[in-house]
Design a protein. Sequence first.
Length: 305
Amino acid sequence: MKSFLDKASEAYYNGNPIMLDAQFDILCGHFDYKDIGHKVTGGVPHYTRMYSLENCFDAENMPLDITECIKTPKLDGAAISILYVQGKLSLALTRGDGLIGKDITDKVRFLVPNVIKRTTIIQITGEILAPSSIENSRNYASGALNLKDLKEFKTRDLTFVAYDVDDNPFETWLEMMEVLELMGFNVVTSFDVTKYPTDGIVYRINDMEVYRNLGYTSHHPKGAFALKEQKEGVITKLLNVIWQIGKSGKVSPVAILKPVKIGDALVSKATLHNIKYIEDLNLEIGCQVEVIRSGEVIPRIVRRI
């Protein structure tokens, strides 16, 4: 499964996803997959590492006291870093694996200030967004960063929205965002996302000293997280369990369900992963179960009623 999720992660960051975001999130959680991002062959190192956000699907068990946090939309675009040296735009990179990204300076210079009033070296991170009215808007934005033709890139309807600075003297995150806005950047705290894609809510500690003291895991900051919605399932009956052999030769159980409508699909089967999954849910033939479509695609039993 790790190799499959590696491929899915690479496809996602290249703008050609092989599954929906919610589906990827669920699989990452189920298989404890942490390697968000992908290796970039011949890439360029970020000045400072780009971390991903920890995802939370349970509003009753959030990892931070949200009364100390600023709430902003979680932007659903292509994350990048932009490096300014002595106030001049010097380098812009795709996220890649967070350590190394692809050089996209020639394109990003059309979307952000090329000169800012800052004499130190700073790395600004944020998201390239396309309007929700564009089909597969995230893929549209990410794919545009791979274009070789600058004339074509300039025709793309794209916007950069900033949400972090690597090294700053600010006491609060809100102050940081205000300064970036004065420099000429769109910032997540004030940008109108009504016409742009989002996929959750970000909570971030406002006090920068507290945020820095919390530190980081190897994958994400401890002072921020993304709250995402876990959609409710529907109730149906477990009629039978069959075993099937996959292409790899692995044998896995499949639930046969009383057909039920979930969204726009009629569902009659659901994955059960393995015997431990069946035992953990205490499933028996004839019991009532709750079924969801992970990422609006894969039917999955989440609990016994």
